[in-house]
Design a protein around this ligand. Structure first.
Ligand code: NAD
Ligand code: IPM
Ligand code: MN
Length: 358
């Protein structure tokens, strides 16, 4: 029987509610499809920080390296500055494991209402590919004279040819693999940031020559935000820098119903290090502890993990099980207009997985 080693990091807040829910569904998928998930859970995050003064042990990445994949919840605690929590755990994993392609599908599923008037299932179906290791998140900079009236803050954005080319090439290949509109939209801000974003535009044009079968489009990020609202049906694959990809994917989540439905795969496509699968959302302190967080984003992320591991039939049954629950009108959590709890939704998805013909 095939077996996969999965590192599980629930993290903080609702991460600790939605990850167990997704594990419940994953276990059902494993038993239904005949593979094993050898899981190890790591109690890293803000509680760990309060006890040890850091978000994960110093050799955290080395501990994770021997796994086939990482399932992640969320981090963020109201009493710790966000850049401490994120730069102490999630972002070093994305950078350190060269998970350069962050893949975030945005699909308007049947049974889900978009806040955009008149949009129904099938109208919105695109994927954002976000550069995930450099750009505006490069962590290059510093504060001079901190706290003083003449304080200086510098935060450099770093765009390398290697980093830019590989994520753009990945996005073109994805547009080809999807075989839908065969279109790639690049999002920049080269009218204001000519050095970095003008460079991105040139690399995009260079790589585009390798993909004559894929139509291209370049948008400025402000116009792209407008077009996500105005003509979401026109997108197929979008490629953007780290920060722009982050912003666009919260918008993409909302136009397809809820942040609680949006999954994310942080891929190292070379497989030289493990990839990480998580929901797009954060630790949601406003609802944490109430067990009403929507687990579907994390369940869909777990499905993307199965797909990446080579368990495509199980992955597609898992997505179909989520669709089955949504299409039937529930049970769903309050963010989708329902009144169900996290575990009830997960149980309904697990039941549909089990019923699927293996
Ligand atoms: P958030 O994504 O945690 O929450 C935004 C809003 O969406 C909240 O109203 C929340 O209740 C709702 N929401 C999010 N996920 C939901 C779900 N599964 N079901 C139902 N409702 C859901 O963003 P935020 O409030 O800006 O950030 C909270 C903390 O999370 C911060 O510390 C932030 O830095 C961190 N964060 C972490 C990650 C991550 O770990 N990947 C991602 C985003 C934010
Ligand atoms: C996301 C999150 C993170 C990001 C934050 C928490 C650093 O918003 O995964 O979308 O910006 O990458
Ligand atoms: Mn985000």
């Amino acid at each position: 029987m095939k077996s996969y080693r999965i590192a599980v990091i629930p993290g903080d807040g609702i991460g600790r509610e939605v990850v167990p829910a997704a594990l419940h569904v994953l276990d059902r998928a494993a038993s239904t499809f005949g593979f094993q998930l050898a899981r190890e859970e790591f109690p890293w995050g803000s509680e760990y920080y309060f006890a040890h003064g850091r978000m994960m042990p110093e050799d955290g990445l080395e501990l994770l390296r021997r796994f086939d994949a990482i399932l992640f919840g969320a981090v963020g605690h109201p009493e710790i500055q966000d850049n401490v929590t994120l730069n102490g755990l999630l972002l070093p994993i994305r950078r350190g494991f060269v998970q350069f392609a962050c893949v975030r599908p945005a699909v308007l599923y049947p049974g889900v209402r978009s806040p955009l008037a008149g949009r129904k299932h099938g109208d919105i179906d695109f994927v954002v590919v976000r550069e995930n290791t450099e750009g505006e998140y490069a962590q290059i900079g510093g504060n001079l004279h901190p706290g003083a009236s003449d304080e200086v803050a510098i935060q450099a954005a770093v765009f390398t040819r290697k980093g830019t080319e590989r994520v753009i090439r990945f996005a073109f290949e994805l547009a080809r693999r999807r075989g839908r509109k065969r279109k790639l939209t690049s999002v920049t801000k080269s009218n204001a940031q000519g050095y970095s974003m003008g460079f991105w535009d040139r690399v995009f044009a260079d790589v585009a020559r390798e993909f004559p079968d894929i139509a291209t489009e370049s948008l400025l990020v402000d116009a792209a935000c407008m077009d996500l609202i105005r003509r979401p049906e026109s997108f197929d694959v979008i490629v953007a820098s780290n920060l722009f990809g982050d912003i666009l994917t919260d918008m993409a989540a909302m136009i397809t119903g809820s942040l609680g439905l949006a999954p994310s795969a942080n891929l190292n496509p070379t497989r030289a290090a493990p990839s990480l699968f998580e929901p797009v959302h954060g630790s949601a302190p406003d609802i944490s502890g109430r067990r009403i967080a929507n687990p579907l984003a994390t369940i869909l992320a777990a499905g993307m993990m199965l797909d990446f591991l080579g368990e495509e039939p199980a992955a597609s049954v898992l997505e179909r099980a989520v669709i089955g629950v949504l299409e039937a009108g529930g049970p769903v959590t309050p963010d989708l207009g329902g009144s169900a709890g996290t575990d009830e939704v997960a149980a309904a998805v697990a039941e549909q997985v089990e019923r699927a013909p293996a």
